[in-house]
Ligand binder design. Structure first.
Ligand code: ADP
Ligand code: MG
Ligand code: ZN
Length: 477
């Protein structure tokens, strides 16, 4: 029998707000355990939450970017469960009236376009982390992550294979990063995906029973888990067994999923409206303002780079692969008005420096103003290409002052035509054979003489000037 795989995703993203959703503790990743906490986020009795307005703003922007309807009147609900990562024993989330609904994200896989439905997006708080200590045979809790704002983006069961899932996750990731809503780092857990998967005979309209695989932390692992789990379910059914609705864990090392617990449903969580928070009413003006503030998407940037700034599709892609690079490119180009030069320096030198130094593009901190100055000096012929690279590397490593560095290292090009003149005279008298060759029509000899002159001037003369003076002198010999 031919089988079809059906997949729906629940994606959690941690929002890049400075403070947590209901208190003013920092959302910064890491830190000594239990140092980013206060009575509110560690769940002490008697405290009251205060909603962080930026969370609502980020949720609305995410909804607009994914073509959702924004729920004008929405509320928080309590999802009750008992587990030590959640000190209040309930998570504040949204069940009945989520902030965004009925959207879609358009993807393209091998040239075929497809629209993936977004069922809803809701706001909630993250839980803490449990650290299992095998030596002490104990478990420790770290509540730093408690109360970090999350969006849960729930798709319709519209995916049919792993490639579609990955295309969607990549699109979502790019969208959220360019919105400035989240940094979406799977390895740090700021983007996590739960994969719901079922199989059915091709042609059948009803869905099969699904399993859910939680928090798989890389695109590669997600792909592998999908392939494995679809195969497992098909084998199960073909053996005459039933697929159980359960939560399964993907074991990266064993390359297999195994059952964690039978799946709970909404009743198990005893949801009820959160009594400590007012409903959120979103006005038209508020939505209009959010719309006006929506930044350019990566796709829009790529188009503009090609159409207005004359870059190639390839360069536009490299620059927008990382938001930090795109922003650096734009600010430096705005200042020096040399987009092509800025692009070359980023895609060439900067990429090399990033990979050599083992950092990543999202961590770079380059002053676009100084970068623009280096480029202007190069374009004006005040420093040569090698010097440009050297100064830029020093800027990358030590944030030097370009002009001062150029002066200290003597990288400025000579402006003294007399010196060039004298040097050319000397080179000509020292190389009579080459002068002879040139007169006999050997163009190669000219290149040699240019090279000798540049060498004598330590590469600091403008090659055009050297060329011109040499031609003049040879012409009158
Ligand atoms: P819950 O909140 O209990 O996990 P939902 O009904 O909200 O359940 O669905 C969660 C996710 O599972 C959604 O992304 C949805 O598209 C997906 N899903 C639902 N039914 C199926 C199914 N039969 N096969 C695959 N995915 C499914
Ligand atoms: Mg779920
Ligand atoms: Zn707090």
């Amino acid at each position: 029998m031919a089988w079809e795989t059906v997949i729906g995703l629940e994606v959690h993203v941690e929002l890049a707000t400075k403070s947590k959703i209901f208190c003013s503790c920092t959302t910064e990743f890491g830190g000594e355990p239990n140092t980013h906490v206060c009575p509110v986020c560690s769940g002490l009795p008697g405290v009251l939450p205060t909603l962080n307005e930026s969370v609502v703003e980020f949720a609305v922007k995410t909804g607009l970017a994914t073509n959702c309807e924004i729920t004008r009147f929405n509320k928080f609900d309590r999802k009750n469960y008992f587990y030590p990562d959640l000190p209040k024993a309930y998570q504040v989330s949204q069940l009945y009236l989520p902030i965004c609904r009925n959207g879609h994200v358009d993807i393209e896989v091998n040239g075929t376009k497809k629209s993936i439905g977004i069922h809803e997006i809701h706001m909630e708080e993250d839980a803490g982390k449990l650290v299992h200590d095998p030596w002490e045979d104990s478990t420790l809790v770290d509540y730093n992550r408690c109360g970090v704002p999350l969006l849960e983006i729930v798709s319709e069961p519209d995916f049919r294979n792993a490639d579609e899932v990955i295309a969607y996750l990549e699109k979502l990731r790019e969208t959220l990063i360019y919105l400035g809503v989240s940094d979406c780092k799977m390895q740090e857990g700021s983007m996590r995906a739960d994969v719901n998967l079922s199989v059915r005979p091709v042609g059948q309209t009803e869905f099969g029973t699904r399993t859910e695989m939680k928090n798989i932390n890389s695109f590669k692992a997600i792909s592998r888990a999908i392939v494995y789990e679809a195969k497992r379910q098909i084998e199960q059914i073909e053996m005459g067994k039933k697929v159980l609705q359960e939560t399964r864990r993907w074991d990266e090392n064993k390359d297999a999923t195994y059952a964690m617990r039978s799946k709970e449903n909404a009743q198990d969580y005893r949801y009820f409206p959160e009594p400590d928070l007012l409903p959120i009413e979103i006005s038209e003006e508020w939505i209009e303002r959010a719309k006006a503030e929506m930044p350019e998407t990566a796709a829009q940037k790529r188009e503009r780079y090609v159409k207005e700034l004359g870059l190639t599709e390839y360069d536009a892609r490299v620059l927008t692969a990382e938001r930090a690079l795109a922003l650096l490119f734009e600010s430096a180009s705005d200042i020096c008005k040399e987009p092509k030069e800025v692009c070359n320096l980023i895609t060439g030198e900067l990429m090399r420096l990033i990979s050599e130094s083992g950092t990543s593009a999202d961590r770079i901190d380059i002053d676009p103003e100084k970068m623009a100055r280096i480029i202007t000096l190069t374009v004006k012929g005040r420093i040569n290409r090698n010097a440009e690279k050297e100064v830029f590397e020093a800027l990358f490593r030590e944030n030097i002052e370009p002009e001062q560095y150029i002066k200290e290292k003597g990288l400025m090009m000579l402006e003294d035509d007399d010196l060039v003149n004298d040097t050319v005279d000397r080179v000509l008298s020292e190389n009579p054979k080459s002068v002879e060759d040139f007169k006999n029509g050997k163009e190669k000899a000219f290149g040699f003489l240019v090279g000798q002159t540049m060498r004598a001037l330590k590469g600091k003369a403008n090659p055009q000037t050297v060329n011109k003076i040499l031609r003049e002198k040879l012409g009158s010999m």
